[in-house]
Structures are given as structure tokens and as C-alpha cells.
Write a protein that binds this ligand. Structure first.
Ligand SMILES: [Zn+2]
Length: 303
């Protein structure tokens, strides 16, 4: 299972029932939150998310619409007796903001926060567990900002026991070969695990890119991503405004998806000036037909 739920799709301010930026990744039985705009915990409640299962929170940048919901969510986790440490991956400054806030409000967390502070302008691995690796995606915004690439680890293919039996491989070595190890028999014969494994199952990837101006080359660096979320704050007629505010247009989001040869593009981070988002969708589709609008609460299945 690899699923995405968009909890907020509005930029700067809530508008037309659209909430501020936050997304939930569900990978097998683990949950990850990306950004945490104001009101995110209400969205988590609405969609009945088991918040104690969140392993890590990834914050893209320190504009309020992307993280003002974080103190409230952390307090709720503590009030609900979380004791398990929580990882927060974020730009410099976030620990100071939270420490000051907790100190002045006499708030004590019942769990440890393990920060991973990002400063680099090159892609780096920021999180890893058994099934996933997460990389930063350096973006270009008015403040230091990263997107995140969630990449499933590749798994060995199915063990071909019939092939192994036909090849007189002793049964006690099956599990080593299954796990991707070569085996040397007492006779000196070497068994190569690739000979006994089927093709690796496809590993899926998701890239979150918000907020940023259009970056030539970003798409190429995400080559083959299965699902791309890219901000589309404005339409092309407001390109000058997109430039001065370091945001992207729907057309530019489409260009990134096309350059990335992405499986599918989801547009989000919509300006409050647009009630009807159809024109943004059409603009992106004119460049990249597999474009869709972020729909809050809808489950997007990668697999
Ligand atoms: Zn921003």
C-alpha cells in the first residue's frame, strides 16, 4: 500500500472550503505528514487518521500556511499520551520557534522530537525506514524551501523454487538466495541469487513540490516519478506575479511533469482568487494531459 491523501490545497489563506497545505502519506502501516498548515489537525480528525501512527513530519518551509498547524498538532499528540519519539524534518529555525512557544506557554511534550535540520541546496537523503527512502528536493522560493521525494526501496523478486529444485540447490540455502545473497557450496560451486529470483516488483515514487518558482531541470531530476504534486498558485496570465512571489503557474507545473515524464500530475496550492479551478486544470492539461486538481480527502493510490 502506498497512498496519498491531500488535506489542504489552498495557498496563503483558506478559501472556498479549501484548507491550507498538508498531505498524508500512507505506506504499508506507516504514516507520514508533509507540511502542516493551520487547521491540519481538524482535517486529520475529519478523515479519521490515527495520528499516533505518524512516524515523521516533513516541513517544506517556514511560511505560516505550511506549518502554523504544527504546534497544535504536537500538543494533541502529547495530550493523547504519545511517548514514542517523533521525527521532524524541517529547515533551520523551526526548533527555536517551537521551543520558544512551548516555553512561554508552559507546554511540556510527553515525547521527544528528533529534528533533522535541512540547510543544503543539493538533494540529500533525509529519512529512511524498511520500505522507503525520502530525499529533499531543493526548491526556489522566497525563503529556504525543500520538496520531498518518497521513493520505495526496491525489493527482490519472487523466489523461483522450481528453478532452484531443478538446479539441485540444497533447500537450506533457499532463504539466503531469497534475500539476495550469493551462496558458495562446499563443492566450491557459486550460486548467484539473480538466477533464482524473478523480476523485482516495481517500486513507486511520489514527489511533493511546493512552494517554488519554475525551475528548469527540476523535472529531469525527477525523471520517471510515478506521481508528482506541483504547486500551481497562479495561471499563466499572472506569470509576472508568480515571478515576484516565487510561485509557479499551472502551465509551468505541467511543464515540470512533462519534463519528468511523470505518471500523473496533481496541481495544488491554489490562490484564493480562483473559485473555479477548471481553467487551471485546462492550462496544465494543454502541456501535460495526465494532470488533475488536488481534491481534499480523496485517496490517491500509487499502488
Ligand atoms: Zn510559501
Amino acid at each position: 500500500m502506498f497512498e496519498l491523501t491531500i488535506l489542504g490545497s489552498s495557498s496563503a489563506t483558506p478559501a472556498f472550503k479549501r484548507h491550507l497545505s498538508a498531505q498524508l502519506i500512507h505506506h504499508h502501516d506507516r504514516l507520514f505528514l508533509i507540511d502542516c498548515g493551520e487547521g491540519t489537525q481538524f482535517q486529520l480528525l475529519k478523515y479519521k487518521v490515527k495520528i499516533q501512527k505518524i512516524d515523521a513530519i516533513f516541513i517544506s518551509h517556514l511560511h505560516g500556511d505550511h506549518f502554523f498547524g504544527l504546534p497544535g498538532l504536537l500538543c494533541s499528540l502529547s495530550n493523547h499520551e504519545r511517548t514514542r519519539p517523533l521525527k521532524i524534518i524541517a529547515p533551520e529555525g523551526l526548533p527555536e520557534i517551537l521551543e520558544q512557544l512551548f516555553r512561554l506557554s508552559d507546554t511540556r511534550m510527553k515525547f521527544d522530537i528528533e529534528y533533522q535540520i535541512l540547510k543544503s541546496n543539493v538533494r540529500e537523503k533525509v529519512f529512511e525506514n524498511n520500505g522507503l527512502e525520502v530525499y529533499s528536493i531543493p526548491l526556489q522560493h522566497r525563503v529556504y524551501c525543500n520538496g520531498y521525494l518518497f521513493q520505495e526501496k526496491s525489493k527482490p523478486g519472487k523466489f523461483l523454487s522450481e528453478v532452484a529444485k531443478a538446479d539441485a540447490v540444497p533447500v537450506q540455502y533457499f532463504h539466503l538466495l531469497k534475500q539476495g545473497n550469493n551462496v558458495t557450496l562446499d563443492s566450491g560451486r557459486v550460486l548467484k541469487y539473480e538466477d533464482y529470483l524473478g523480476p523485482s516488483p516495481k517500486s513507486y515514487s511520489y514527489a511533493y513540490c511546493s512552494d517554488t518558482r519554475y525551475i528548469p531541470g527540476l523535472g529531469a531530476s525527477l525523471n520517471g516519478v510515478d506521481l508528482l504534486y506541483h504547486e500551481a498558485t497562479f495561471m499563466q496570465d499572472l506569470k509576472p506575479k508568480a515571478d515576484t512571489t516565487y510561485h509557479s503557474t499551472a502551465r509551468e507545473a505541467g511543464m515540470v511533469a512533462q519534463e519528468a515524464q511523470a505518471g500523473k500530475l496533481i496541481l495544488g496550492h491554489f490562490s484564493a482568487r480562483y473559485q473555479d479551478l477548471t481553467p487551471l486544470l485546462e492550462e496544465a492539461r494543454s502541456v501535460f494531459p495526465e494532470s488533475y486538481l488536488a481534491e481534499e480527502g480523496a485517496l490517491v493510490k500509487l499502488k
